[in-house]
Design a protein around this ligand. Structure first.
Ligand code: ATP
Ligand code: MG
Length: 472
């Protein structure tokens, strides 16, 4: 990693009003973070906390303090910033080529084929953004597409209720802890984290480019597209010179459609009335823990019980002939799908007027200590600093594609994620339950990178400013 790495802080340490005292964090306690530092001393001011500095030598301090740039005011080197944000997002179809994942590439090919055949996506009526079910040539849904410019802050968001809310009550609109208008990256980032940790609960999600008449376009785009089509028909010689004839492709997240799943809410109510067999209940618990791990690491701010799905198959096969009256009862299969991950990877822990709780924390499953299975799956990875750094770099490669990418913001997002990983690692080691995990004070872990990964400096800070409304 070089000097300009996004994971090297482009910011100076924050002003003293936010962080107070300093202490030393040995390298072993940095991310992948073997050791947790001591509990914070009482915070002197709201929003203040304890700062812990690396490396092993206490004489080495972090870089000289200076106020951090506000997210919008300064774009560190390497940040295209807001100038590119409003530029047209035209991507050639070839961008939907995923040689490393042929199955996903094949789904995209079928989606494009359907589009060419005039089988159009269907807008999802619920939610705050323009989201679409994407069909294959047979009309069967194969994906969910969420275009960047139809997100709540996107200039083409088709949901007028959201537009009205933004207009009439801007202070209540959006979440100040999140990067605006990058929900599609959060969706793809959640899938990346899921895949790297081997959780397998997020339907594969990637950034793709799609165009369709059903999507919300500006009148200008529609007129231009019609004009070009007309030109091609009337004066083919001129028309053939156009780079593109149809509507401009939109960049957004494309998540594979999962079949046979229902809102978690639905099944959880059913399971209350008709308890699951013990073995199946255990399966559900193991899946649930994976959801907790994902949500906690990405600090999902939108995990209501309508934003994860459960599939419950209880197949009863008549395996033999009717004469023998043989009935083979297969093991019921239960599986979770974590969808709608667009409001994660915050810049800071929620500290304004809403707490954005994890709604699963109210479920009885959250009171059960983490299993050995989840510890075996996750701990070796998240306690390995190299794994954590690889994860950060993969997220950087993904997030930097956004035209509004800002290194300073990304650095903050990663600092929150490192803090979450630190807390989760300790909670798993201590045999805590998900409910106890979310009671651990949130931390952020900043880093100052050196040329050698092993010499990185880590700064751990506690955020003690609490949301105004909280249930805990
Ligand atoms: N990958 C998927 N497979 C199957 N169904 C899905 C998938 N993703 C979403 N759905 C269905 O679509 C509904 C809406 O999806 P989702 O919650 O992701 O969008 P949204 O609420 O419109 O998004 P947002 O809250 O970001 O505006 C879900 O409740 C679910 O029924
Ligand atoms: Mg939703």
């Amino acid at each position: 990693m070089d000097e300009t790495s996004p994971l090297r802080s482009p910011l100076q340490p924050p002003p003293d009003t936010y962080f107070s005292t300093a202490a030393v964090l040995p390298p072993a306690s940095a991310p992948g973070f073997g050791v947790r530092c001591a509990a914070p001393s009482p915070a002197p001011t709201p929003g203040s906390g304890v700062r812990v500095l690396g490396p092993a030598s206490s004489s080495v301090a972090a870089p000289a303090p200076a106020p951090p740039p506000s997210a919008s005011s300064v774009s560190p080197p390497g940040s295209p910033g807001s100038v590119r944000e409003r530029q047209p997002l035209l991507g050639p179809r070839s961008l939907n080529d995923f040689p490393e994942e042929p199955e996903f590439a094949e789904v995209m090919r079928r989606a494009e084929q359907a589009q060419e055949m005039g089988i159009h996506p269907q807008r999802i009526s619920q939610g705050s953004s323009g989201s679409y079910f994407i069909p294959d040539p047979a009309g069967k849904f194969i994906g969910v597409f969420k275009p960047k410019n139809e997100e709540p802050y996107g200039h083409l968001n088709p949901k007028w209720t959201k537009w009205l809310q933004k207009l009439c009550c801007p202070c209540c609109f959006g979440r100040d802890c999140l990067v605006l208008n990058q929900g599609y990256l959060s969706e793809a980032g959640a899938s990346l984290v899921d895949q790297k940790l081997g959780l397998n609960i997020v339907p594969r999600t990637k950034v793709v480019y799609l165009a369709s008449e059903t999507f919300n376009y500006s009148a200008i785009d529609r007129v231009k597209s019609r004009g070009k089509k007309l030109a091609l028909e009337k004066v083919p010689k001129v028309g053939q010179r156009f780079h593109r004839i149809g509507l401009p492709p939109k960049v957004g997240s494309f998540q594979l459609f999962v079949e046979g799943y229902k809102d978690a809410d639905y099944w959880l109510r059913r399971f209350e009335a008709e308890p699951l067999p013990e073995k199946t209940n255990r399966q559900l618990q193991l899946q649930f823990e994976r959801l907790v791990v994902l949500d906690y690491i990405i600090r999902n701010t939108d995990r209501g019980n309508d934003n994860w799905l459960i599939k419950y198959d209880c197949p009863m096969d008549s395996g033999g002939s009717k004469e023998n009256d043989w009935v083979v009862v297969k093991e019921p299969v239960i599986k979770i799908a974590a969808i709608d991950n667009g409001l994660a990877f915050p810049l800071k822990h929620p500290d304004s007027w809403r707490a954005y709780p994890f709604y699963w924390a109210w479920l009885p499953q959250a009171k059960i200590p983490f299993s050995q299975e989840i510890k075996d799956l996750v701990l070796p990875k998240i306690s390995d600093p190299n794994f954590v750094k690889d994860l950060e770099e993969d997220l950087y490669e993904l997030f930097k594609k956004d035209p509004g990418f800002d290194r300073g913001q990304f650095y903050k997002q990663i600092s929150v994620m490192r803090g979450q990983i630190l807390n989760l690692t300790q909670a798993l080691k201590d045999g805590k339950s998900p409910l106890l995990l979310i009671h651990i004070p949130p931390v952020i872990v900043e880093t100052t990178r050196s040329h050698h990964r092993s010499n990185d400096l880590y700064t751990q800070s506690f955020q003690s400013r609490k949301p105004f409304f909280t249930w805990w």
